[in-house]
Write a protein that binds this ligand. Sequence first.
Ligand code: TRP
Length: 327
Amino acid sequence: MAKPIIISGIQPTGNLHIGNYLGAVKNWVELQNSGKYEMYIFIADLHSLTGNMSALDRREQIIRTAVELMAAGINPEKTVFFVQSHITEHSELAWIFNCVCPISELERMTQFKDKSERQVKNINTGLLTYPILQAADILMYKAAKVPVGQDQIQHIELTRDIARWFNNRFEDYFPETEPLLTETPKVMSLLEPAKKMSKSLGEGHVIELADEPKVIEKKIKKAVTATEGGGEAPGVANLLLFLKNFADKSVYDQFVEEEKTGKIQYGDLKKQVSDSISSYFQNFRDIREELMLDHDKIAETLIVGAEKASAVAKKTMEDVRRMVGVR
Ligand code: TRP
């Protein structure tokens, strides 16, 4: 029996950080290694055009994201690993979906509203039609499931609607995709632990997977552990979350116990967290460094991935063009 198809993508907008890792990438690697699925992972470079990044940064960041995903465990032999813009059919399918999706559905998307507020000087049409391209990414490969974070669920629901609108208007062709929600912890900012860890808050708020041990130590030292007005400290919970994921269970259990009994020393906790993160990502840093020296190999890997994706995309678009009557 054919394996269920899974697809997910990530924008090449910054180095991978612990929030991306625990929230998405780690889960992708586990799904990939389970052998139960046909996996597609891609770099959403076209989506990144809706932001303000320069062409130079984008070009560099696409390669870096590819390198980092591979260093984190995405294996191009097991996963169809490619860059979105290499498959021009995504844009073509997005156009067709534009023509089955009411504008009002796009205008109510939370991410559109958020991003319009965040980049008031650049509310481009791509921000509005962003989920249409996302639906094209997903439905191109007739994915059954999409592992994404909570913030993307609305887009997956819209993808189902788009499939339904298309199927009703033309032919019953696209599947109804489901989000694949695995329990992923919510990683908070180091300096403002009430907010989700995000590069847009600033350097000191995130730990990048590529950070050297010294940098990790410095950042964790500055991490906020104080409570505002008493009660449970979200910054401490965040540090314990790191231990839970990056240290041995016994170490984690010990600190949790100390926290409960009030014996915890935040200095010790921070030292342990820094050490655990540093050693957990040692392997990542080594592979990343090695791959970064070989841009040709990365480019080659992405071309091979694009060839595999392209075979599927070509077939889908041949069908779609016929169904909508342009062939
Ligand atoms: N919008 C997703 C994000 O910001 C990235 C993305 C683009 C994506 N296309 C996709 C995710 C298709 C899953 C499937 O995280």
